[in-house]
Write a protein of this length. Structure first.
Length: 116
């Protein structure tokens, strides 16, 4: 196996581990930020979908921005951040039209033209 293949495998492995850590962190944040959350809830706790529409103030949850010049690796990282953003802000509970508006606000003009 060449150096490039080993490096690619290590990057894929690191990305997977990073995604798992981020998922655990999001679950912990959800438990801590939920009303009455003491952190003692089980790790499989899932909040009800009819809870308050947002969990964190906007400043605490920066929206990821994607440019058309992003590489595939950059896109994969953006996608993970975007999924976390949608989860933390509960934007995934919004109607599709509002979710689309959120997505368009996080893309540059080239991506916006592609989607329209």
């Amino acid at each position: 196996m060449g150096d490039m293949e080993q490096l690619a495998n290590l990057i894929v492995q690191q990305t997977t581990l990073s995604a798992q850590r981020e998922e655990r962190m999001v679950a912990m944040m959800e438990r801590l930020l939920s009303p009455g959350g003491s952190g003692a809830a089980s790790s499989d706790h899932r909040p009800a979908t009819n809870d308050a529409p947002a969990r964190l103030p906007g400043a605490a949850t920066p929206a990821p921005f994607l440019t058309s010049s992003a590489s595939l690796r950059d896109f994969a990282a953006w996608k993970m951040k975007f999924d976390g953003y949608m989860l933390l802000t509960r934007a995934d509970n919004l109607p599709p039209k509002e979710q689309r508006a959120i997505l368009l606000s996080l893309l540059d003009e080239d991506w916006t033209r592609v989607i329209r």
